[in-house]
Each structure stands twice: as C-alpha cells, then as structure tokens.
Write a new protein. Structure first.
Length: 163
C-alpha cells in the first residue's frame, strides 16, 4: 500500500475512548434492539439478535476489552461486523456506546500499538490512528476474540454465507 492510499474506518465510542474499525469489516450499524440471552455463554456475549430472520451473536466490546459493561442509552447501537472463523465468515454484533463517523486515514496517520500498561490487550489493536488532536484505537476485530472463543462461537452460530 502506498503512503498516500487512504483506508476508511468507522469510529465509535466505548466509554470516554474513541475506537475505529476498518470499514471493510463493517456490514451495517443498527439502533439498539432487543437481545435474547443465551445460557452458558461468557459474560461478554450478550446474546443474539434476529437480523432479517438470521441469528447473530452480540458481544459487549466494553466487557471484552476490560471495561465496565455498556449502559444502554439513546445512542447505544450494534455494529454488525463480518469475522472469519475456520475459513467461514460469520456475522457478529458489537455493542458501542455511540457511533461517530466514517473517516479516511492515510498510513502515515497510524502508529503501531503502544506497549505501555494500557487496560486493553494490544493483540486486539492494529494501531493508533491520529485525527486532528485526538487518537483513535484501531481494533483488529478478527483478533478481539481468542481462538477458543471464536471456535465456540463458530460451533454455536451460523456462517455469514448462510445469512
């Protein structure tokens, strides 16, 4: 990728922090809808939603990243992302406190993840984006869940290709 090539990112808030996902991983953004709890799932898996007749798991990104649980507000939304698990694509919802905007970032606006005692495991982080005078934590959504968690999700939920 050339230094002048821009990539688009969806920015969203979790608590006071601003995060971003590559737009190519985002399928859609939904207003908060009822989530059906699924027994015996880890705490960060809120349950499932009905997305046009298909079952889609929803995670609380705040819990997964070591923050307090999300508190539903008028701005709370579900970001539907596409993950690759065992060579199959599945859809997953990620709760966000609010979605901000889609932005363009050049490679020179992205720094490697910092290794300084942050609350977030840096394996999840692709980099730190710089926009104006603020930083965005760019998540690698395919690495937010561990391999074991992904395998459990893959056995529980259908691939996106079936959606």
């Amino acid at each position: 990728m050339s230094l002048n090539e821009l990539k688009q990112y969806l920015t969203f808030n979790l608590g006071e922090e601003c995060f971003a996902l590559e737009i190519s991983k985002v399928r859609e953004v939904l207003d908060y809808i009822a989530i059906t709890k699924v027994p015996r799932m880890p705490d960060f898996i809120c349950g499932v939603i009905n997305l046009r007749g298909n079952v889609v798991p929803v995670i609380d990104l705040r819990l997964k990243l070591g923050m307090s649980a999300i508190q539903k507000t008028v701005d709370t939304c579900i970001v539907i992302v596409e993950l690759e698990i065992n060579d199959k694509k599945i859809l997953m919802g990620a709760l966000a406190d609010s979605v901000q905007e889609v932005i363009d970032l050049d490679q020179n606006q992205i720094e490697p993840p910092l290794q300084l005692g942050t609350k977030i495991n840096t394996d999840f982080i692709k980099g730190m984006g710089k926009q104006d005078d603020k930083f965005l934590i760019i998540l690698d959504i395919d690495r937010v869940l561990s391999d074991m968690e992904l395998k459990k999700a893959a056995m529980t939920f259908r691939p996106a290709s079936e959606v």
